[in-house]
Design a protein around this ligand. Structure first.
Ligand code: GAR
Length: 192
């Protein structure tokens, strides 16, 4: 059986990591078995680590606070990823700005909770909610040197409901993320 390996990097709750694990990990698509070979987190004690454990995955923790520079942290990350020889790296709520040390060596995709190129950065959900846009959405893009700026692979939008709360806006975004990220990974790794 032909198989492809994925590394998932996350920083917090890990709901998108769980979506990947429950929807595609160990499953076969177009004759290709997809496997999350390694999970890496830059913070200890976050809930995503528990979610990975449920699937028998012991998350590697590389805490950015232990490194003097972004480049040193990225070097440690890259070395760990290379050891596992994965086909694709997925940033699923990985809240770090990456340097060329990472972006020039690693083929990675990132999930972002807005319709890029709008609302780049760490506060996309709140900023898009507070805008006067009638739609919100989610993007998956290739990781490049520019923060949230690489080529867009997939996007999905939803309409703002009348009197929609921030909580409802956020829930809608997460529901779409849990669909679009696993679907995009399958598309990339099984459609040559
Ligand atoms: C997701 O909404 C993801 O789009 C966002 O972090 C959240 C992680 O949730 N990522 C970014 O904002 C990247 N700039 P999760 O930990 O439950 O998967």
């Amino acid at each position: 059986m032909f198989s492809k390996k994925i590394a998932v990097l996350f920083s917090g709750s890990g709901s998108n990591l769980e979506a990947i694990l429950s929807k595609i990990h160990g499953k076969i698509f177009n004759g290709v078995k997809l496997e999350v070979a390694v999970t890496i987190c830059n913070k200890s004690g976050v809930y995503g680590i528990e979610r990975a454990k449920k699937y028998g995955l012991e998350t590697i923790i590389i805490e950015n606070k232990n490194f003097a520079t972004r480049e040193e942290f990225d070097t440690a990350l890259v070395n760990k990823i290379k050891k596992h020889g994965v086909d694709l790296v997925v940033l699923a709520g990985f809240m770090r700005i990456l340097t060329p040390v990472f972006t020039s060596q690693i083929r990675a995709i990132n999930l972002h909770p807005s319709l890029l190129p709008l609302f780049k950065g760490a506060h996309a959900i709140k900023e898009s909610f507070e805008s006067d846009m009638k739609v919100g959405g989610v993007s998956v893009h290739w990781v490049s040197e520019e923060l949230d700026g690489g080529k867009i692979i997939a996007q999905r939008a939803f309409e703002r409901e009348k009197d929609m709360s921030l909580e409802a806006w956020e829930a809608k975004i997460h529901a779409i993320e849990h669909e679009i990220l696993p679907e995009t990974i399958v598309e990339i790794l099984t459609n040559n």
